[in-house]
Design a protein around this ligand. Structure first.
Ligand code: COA
Length: 159
């Protein structure tokens, strides 16, 4: 069993697996994101089969500081809880940190998404802000609104 990563500018897998990957964006928004030169998207495969994706973009880049935002990470349901997302997040950090500049990575997550929060905390992401009632749920099984928690992690911070 071997897993591998591939940087991609093709949204095919996202469109194909939009539902199991829990991507709420429209096809137009997905296409726009993939056309953006500042986007970085990583596909993860297991024995050559697609199992998950991380999508994000640079918010800011200078000679000594890069800022990056993770917009979504998802693993197909039957491959969850086996450490794949952890490895995908580590792969992103490796890729962004290649030139050892100061690097800040941001993301936001629903306060009800316990597994994702566990994942980010395990990797050293720290909550720095909260947006009350930010997400509107369409599910009758979930509360109508959920808070967003904003997380960030710094690598090679300027001293
Ligand atoms: C969040 C998500 C990406 C995690 O992917 P994953 O490959 O299952 O994550 P990992 O296996 O690396 O596990 C991360 C942590 O969550 C825990 N976890 C994940 N699924 C779990 C489950 N079903 N039961 C209990 N714990 C679980 C893991 O145990 C691990 O913590 P630990 O190492 O301390 O045990 C995945 O659940 C997913 O795709 N969710 C839908 C999309 C989503 O919500 N993305 C986040 C948007 S911000």
């Amino acid at each position: 069993m071997t897993y591998s990563f591939k940087k991609t500018n093709s949204s095919d897998f996202l469109i194909q697996y939009k539902e199991p990957l829990e991507i709420l964006w429209s096809k137009d928004s997905i296409d726009k994101h993939f056309d953006n030169k500042k986007s970085i998207n990583i596909e993860m495969s297991l024995d050559s089969n697609f199992i998950g994706v991380l999508i994000g973009h640079y918010l800011y880049q200078s000679s000594d500081l890069d800022e990056f935002e993770i917009l979504h990470i998802a693993i197909l349901p039957k491959f969850r809880n086996r450490g794949f997302a952890l490895n995908l997040m580590k792969e992103l950090e490796k890729l962004l940190n290649i030139n050892k500049k100061s690097l800040k990575i941001f993301l936001e997550v629903s306060s009800s998404n316990k597994f994702a929060i566990k994942l980010y905390e395990k990797l050293g992401y720290k909550a720095y802000n909260e947006r009350k009632n930010y997400y509107r749920s369409k599910s009758i099984n979930a509360p109508n609104t959920q808070d967003a928690i904003l997380f960030a992690k710094s690598l090679n911070a300027i001293k």
